[in-house]
Write a protein that binds this ligand. Structure first.
Ligand SMILES: C[S@@+](CC[C@H](N)C(=O)[O-])C[C@H]1O[C@@H](n2cnc3c(N)ncnc32)[C@H](O)[C@@H]1O
Length: 438
């Protein structure tokens, strides 16, 4: 066995290599010498390097790369950036929390006479400083950290042009309809985002192996969905799964291991840093949409009479029967009536109002009735109905702040400006996120 420069490995050098091992993340090559065994992940090195190289070259020109810095977090013996060091990055940095792994890389490169221009330093995700990098690679690390969201937030803070995340992951088969039902995905966000959820599995992990967590922890193994959702909420754009668990398995594991793997690339959002800034836009749009939607009198009045004055009229059965059945049915039947409602009420906000009537029907019906009365100019009556919500102890929270807002608008309309201001203050006190400004 001889290296590139014809050097033959002595027993002493081999002992030295073994004393710094294991070289289990990738194989170091020189001449016909191979150092490394990729423990059950054979083929990962070539597959992964090609994937990153292809993705970088697809998104950036060589001239751009010449101005770029690249950071590899949790670089172990530093093989990833060594493989990529032919790309003309202006600066290449690998950080790793285990000194032993940094020395491991230096040892193999010294013995095999491999040189590169990568700076290898001690460091971990949790203590990433202010220095930013154009391209950030975080491979095989996230499922060894205590908190994936914290780790990704740190990465988002320092990444300027592209992030490349590779992680072991658990199968999406555990994300079932029953699970999604159980976690009650009814938030306002789902008016604007796809109804998706992720899960993570927790396990104990010791720091015994060179490739594991940096200190004894409970670590989290995510689903692909969890990673994509985290990147999304941090404002990353064009989140692309460059290798999904199936292709990863085909190329690397070939069913030798139960665990899955995934590679994701994404661009950090320029300017405002996350979809948290979209939240106020969604809240405004949602509240205005609900406020502007007025249900027809012959539909809402019989329901209002029934729930608020215990009067059941024939009109209830002719105009609002399905809604009435939906409101009265046990939860196992509500889904069926809910699907009828979806056919009968195609307008998004109308359907949202009607479906939500199940939760606090009395106050919600008063609010809708008050809205309808206001829209036809019956301001006095509207105020009486809305006040029957705001003056009732333990009234439904959403109906209360929306009624305060409507009362503020009506009182302003009829010239009671002090009253209007008071109602606006009450509205914001009840829900500080309510968009009171028009
Ligand atoms: C499975 S190895 C992956 C090594 C290499 N990135 C690769 O893809 O082959 C995980 C590496 O992450 C390092 N690590 C563990 N916890 C870390 C943390 N909190 N921050 C950064 N690196 C960490 C470990 O020391 C180890 O070198």
């Amino acid at each position: 066995m001889a290296s590139n420069d014809g050097k033959v490995l002595s027993e002493e050098l081999i002992q030295d290599l073994n004393a710094h091992g294991p070289y289990s993340m990738a194989v170091w090559h020189s001449g016909d010498i191979r150092v490394g065994n990729e423990e059950g992940l054979s083929g990962r090195e070539a597959y992964f390097t090609n994937l990153i190289r292809r993705t970088i070259l697809k998104h950036f020109t060589v001239d751009q790369i010449k101005t770029f810095s690249i950071l590899d977090i949790g670089c172990n013996d530093g093989w990833v950036l060594n493989e990529l060091s032919d790309l003309p990055f202006a600066r290449m940095v690998g950080i790793e929390p285990r000194e032993k792994n940094i020395v491991k890389g230096q040892t193999v490169r010294n013995i095999l006479q491999i040189s590169n221009r990568v700076e290898y330093k001690l460091g971990d995700i949790e203590s990433l400083g202010d220095e930013s990098f154009d391209v950030v690679i975080c491979a095989g690390v996230l499922y060894h950290v205590e908190s994936i969201p914290v780790a990704l937030r740190r990465i988002a803070n320092i990444c300027k042009a592209m992030v490349f995340i590779e992680s072991r992951c658990i199968s999406s088969k555990y994300i079932t309809k029953a699970l999604m039902n159980e976690i009650e995905m009814r938030d306002l966000v789902y008016q604007y985002k796809e109804k998706t959820c992720g899960i993570t599995a927790q396990k104990f992990e010791s720091a015994y192996h060179d490739g594991s967590t940096k200190s004894l922890s409970v670590v989290n193994i995510p689903t692909v969905e969890s990673l994509v959702m985290q990147l999304d909420i941090l404002g990353f754009q064009d989140v692309e799964i460059v290798a999904d668990p199936k292709s990863y398995r085909r190329a690397v594991w070939k069913n030798r291991r139960a665990l899955n793997g995934v590679c994701i690339s994404a661009y950090p959002k320029l300017g405002q840093n996350s979809s948290v800034s979209d939240e106020s836009i969604w809240i405004r749009e949602y509240e205005r949409g609900l406020e502007k939607t007025v249900l027809k009198r012959d539909f809402i009045e019989p329901l209002y009479e029934h729930y608020c004055h215990r009067k059941t009229t024939l009109a209830l059965f002719s105009h609002s029967l399905i809604t009435f059945m939906y409101l009265k049915s046990p939860s196992w039947l509500a889904g069926i009536f809910g699907s009828f409602l979806e056919v009968l009420h195609r307008e998004k906000y109308e359907l949202e109002i009607i479906k939500n009537l199940r939760y606090g029907p009395r106050d919600k019906l008063c609010l809708e009735y008050g809205k309808m009365l206001n829209s036809v100019g019956e301001h006095e009556f509207a105020m009486t109905v809305l006040k029957s919500v705001t003056t009732r102890i333990n009234a439904d929270w959403r109906s209360v702040y929306r009624s305060f807002h409507l009362l503020s608008a009506i009182t302003s309309h009829v010239g009671l400006l002090d009253e209007s201001c008071r109602y606006q203050t009450l509205c914001v006190s009840c829900n500080p996120r309510f968009p009171v400004e028009p």
